[in-house]
Structure formats: structure tokens, C-alpha cells
Write a protein that binds this ligand. Structure first.
Ligand code: AP5
Length: 213
């Protein structure tokens, strides 16, 4: 299975990508996680990424495409993958198509998570992420067993810098301007499937399983 997840910030892409990856035993490739990892490592590239990520702007296409090309070349991607948050622009989608064509590995499906803006704000303002592993929780909908502590590795849970309300508005604008055109792009290729991202996590998971069956 080779799947792409697209949708507005907070639509549940990461949550569902993680579940699908475990179920299908395929890697979850989240460009957001890769970028945050580089920022935490304080590498030169990470410093460059931080400026974009903090503002809710997209990292330049050529940098992200290189990251994804390297990741897709790894052995664990040969039996499938779930791409979470990539592509995010039409040039990224074209680059992905070229990469996969070269490997003779066409996409099985592109999943669009539909969600309203009010839900986005609600979800992102309540999201807390583990400082160590990046796993996401929600203060109301997906609480850790112990408040402020990650169930997986005991890391401290903090709010992402780009989950502040003023940055969320910018991220939504960027989504509409730069990512929403992908809907028409993938509609034309006939592999786009829709998921109602407003439903509870378990219901979204079941709907996704049906669409991918
Ligand atoms: P990225 O990390 O990809 O952010 P995003 O796409 O804005 O997505 P989010 O992680 O905010 O949301 P999500 O849909 O994964 O929702 P989640 O499952 O966590 O990117 C961050 C930045 O990196 C970008 O702004 C950009 O700078 C850069 N970047 C990344 N990729 C790039 C690219 N390809 N090109 C250029 N730049 C790139 O859920 C959110 C919350 O809701 C959680 O708390 C969760 O517990 C809760 N939740 C999830 N599902 C449900 C549900 N069904 N009901 C109730 N609560 C739910």
C-alpha cells in the first residue's frame, strides 16, 4: 500500500497515519516530523527550517523533495508507505510522481481529510506533543494516562510553536492557497478518496479501512 494523506492542519492526518502504519507494517513518513526533528537537532538545515515552521509557512519545495527522496530510497519503503503531509504543493506532487515512476511504484490512493476551520482551531489549540518522540495527544479528545507526560516514553508534553492561535490562521491560509490545488490535481488522476475528518478517531479509522480495502 502506497498512500498519501492530505488535508488542513489538525485534520487528523498524523493520528491516522500512525495507526495505519502500525496496522499495515509500513513506515509513516511525516515531513512535519522530519522537519521538527531537524529543528530539535539544531543542525544548519534545522535552523533554516525553524524560520518557516514557526511562521506556519511551507519549507521550499526543493528542500522537502530531497528529504522525501532520501527517505523513499530506504529499504523499509519497498513494501509501501504512508506519506503524511507530503506533497503539499503541485510542484511537490509532480516531483513525487517522477520519483515513484522511476521506481515503478505508483500510488494506491490519496486520502483527503475534510474538516471545518472551527474544528481545526479546537484541535490544534488542545494538541500537546511529546518532546522526545513527537507523539500527539489532545487535552480533551486523546488524553495521556498521566497529565503532561507521554504514555510511550515518559517525555514531557508541550504545545507546538505553530499551534498558537495567530500561527494557525496563517497555516490555514497557506493550506487554501498552496495545498488545496492538489485536490483538483489528484481528482484528475482518479485516485482521490474523501474521509470525513470531523468524526471521532475510531470512526475515522474504520472509514479509512473501508476506503483502502
Ligand atoms: P505538519 O506537522 O505536517 O503540520 P500540518 O499538516 O499542519 O498537520 P498537523 O500535524 O498540524 O495536523 P494533523 O492533520 O497531522 O493532525 P493530528 O493527527 O496531529 O507540518 C508542520 C510544518 O512543517 C508546516 O507548517 C511547514 O512549515 C513544514 N512542512 C511539513 N511538510 C511540508 C511540506 N510537504 N512542504 C513544505 N513544508 C512542510 O491531530 C491534531 C490534534 O487533533 C491532535 O491533538 C489529535 O489528538 C486530535 N485529533 C486527531 N483526530 C481527531 C479526531 N478524529 N477527533 C478529535 N480529535 C482528533
Amino acid at each position: 500500500m502506497r498512500v498519501v494523506f492530505i488535508g488542513p492542519p489538525g485534520a487528523g492526518k498524523g493520528t491516522q497515519a500512525q495507526r495505519l502504519a502500525i496496522h499495515e507494517r509500513i513506515p509513516q513518513i511525516s515531513t512535519g516530523d522530519i522537519i521538527r526533528h531537524a529543528i530539535r537537532s539544531q543542525s544548519a538545515l534545522g535552523k533554516e527550517f525553524k524560520d518557516y515552521s514557526d511562521r506556519g509557512a511551507l519549507v521550499p519545495d526543493q528542500l522537502v523533495v530531497r528529504l522525501v527522496a532520501d527517505r523513499l530510497a530506504a529499504a523499509d519503503c519497498q513494501h509501501g508507505f504512508v506519506l503524511d503531509g507530503f506533497p503539499r504543493t503541485v510542484p511537490q506532487a509532480r516531483a513525487l510522481e517522477r520519483l515513484l515512476d522511476d521506481k515503478n511504484m505508483p500510488l494506491s490512493a490519496v486520502i483527503l481529510f475534510n474538516i471545518q476551520e472551527t474544528t481545526v482551531i479546537n484541535r490544534l489549540s488542545g494538541r500537546r506533543s511529546c518532546e522526545k518522540c513527537g507523539h500527539s495527544y489532545h487535552i480533551l479528545y486523546d488524553k495521556p494516562q498521566k497529565e503532561g507526560i507521554c504514555d510511550i516514553d515518559g517525555g514531557r508534553l508541550t504545545q507546538r510553536h505553530d499551534d498558537r492561535e495567530e500561527v494557525i490562521a496563517d497555516r490555514l491560509k497557506v493550506y487554501q492557497e498552496q495545498t488545496a490545488p492538489l485536490i483538483a490535481y489528484y481528482q484528475a488522476s482518479g485516485i482521490l478518496k474523501y474521509i470525513d475528518g470531523e468524526k471521532a478517531q475510531s470512526e475515522v479509522e474504520s472509514a479509512l479501512a473501508k476506503v483502502l480495502a
